[in-house]
Design a binder for this molecule. Structure first.
Ligand code: NAP
Length: 254
């Protein structure tokens, strides 16, 4: 575990899965302020990333605690939420951002690659929503934001497992939105297009050029483009928005 929560009196508790780098890190930074406690997790791929993120959030005037948690494990997720509730007694915002890709053509895709992507991207969100909803229902308030993808609505060759996980996440979002609305909880999804992060950095230049050609705004998005929408959906200004998929893709999908 890395970081410290500076004050027990701050009034907003935000949980971000996969918050150590990329879009998740930027969401943490965007939401950091003296009144917000940020709890984020990561798989442990590189704990230096998590330490750096905690430092960046602290430098921005916020406080953060990073935990190594595998969202695919229900037990890990339950332990993670239990600790937060013991400390804060509430959860205001959950951002289900953790995600991975293991690409390959459908006919050659290994069962273990299918299972792993679905377990983290879709089942992981289910675990976290279930844990957060129990707390938010008692509060009669809460915001849940799920990180889907343009690929979940368009499909993409080589990403059958990833596209299925993100399409599933959209179905999960709409169902959770309907079930939880009577308790004052909103649930929305964001579907980013291609965003400049570690996840897209390894794509060959030819693939990147071909993708860029499909984007009317002519560029990949930045993590800040997505974090801004998360901050809005988590704010009081978005209180009448639920069950929606907000597309952040430079016009790639209309
Ligand atoms: P990224 O840079 O690869 O970061 C992924 C984050 O998820 C890391 O913090 C990683 O932790 C964490 N993570 C991975 N497996 C996990 C697990 N089992 N349990 C807990 N945390 C785990 O990815 P990104 O580009 O920022 O993407 C963030 C989200 O946006 C993902 O859901 C992705 O599908 C979605 N998205 C991205 C793009 C894009 O173009 N980048 C487009 C559409 C949607 P470790 O580093 O410790 O593994």
């Amino acid at each position: 575990m890395t970081g410290k929560i500076v004050s027990a009196d701050t009034n907003r508790v935000v949980i971000i899965t996969g918050g150590s780098r990329g879009i998740g890190r930027t969401i943490g930074l965007r939401m950091a302020d003296a009144n917000t406690r940020i709890y984020f997790n990561y798989s442990g791929h590189d704990s230096q990333d998590a330490e750096e993120t905690v430092k960046l959030i602290e430098d921005a005037g916020g406080s953060a605690l990073a935990s190594r948690v595998n969202v695919a494990s229900q037990q890990d997720v339950q332990d993670f939420f239990k600790k937060i509730v013991e400390e804060c007694h509430r959860v205001d915002v959950l951002v289900n951002n953790a995600g991975i890709t293991t690409d390959g053509l459908l006919v050659r895709m290994k069962e273990e690659d299918w299972d792993r992507v679905l377990a983290i991207n879709l089942k992981g969100a289910f675990h976290c929503i279930q844990a957060a909803a129990k707390i938010m229902m008692k509060q009669r308030a809460g915001r849940i934001i799920n990180m889907a993808s343009v690929v979940g609505v368009m499909g993409n060759p080589g990403q059958a497992n990833y596209a299925a996980s993100k399409a599933g996440l959209i179905g999960l979002t709409k169902t959770a939105a309907r079930e939880l609305a009577p308790r004052g909880i909103t649930v929305n999804a964001i579907a980013p297009g291609f965003i400049d992060t570690y996840m897209t950095a390894s794509l060959p230049d030819k693939v990147k050029e071909a993708m860029q050609a499909q984007i009317p705004l002519g560029r990949f998005g930045q993590p800040e483009d997505v974090a801004e929408v998360v901050a809005f959906l988590a704010s009081a200004k978005a209180s009448y928005i639920t069950g929606q998929v907000i597309h952040v893709n430079g016009g790639m999908y209309m």
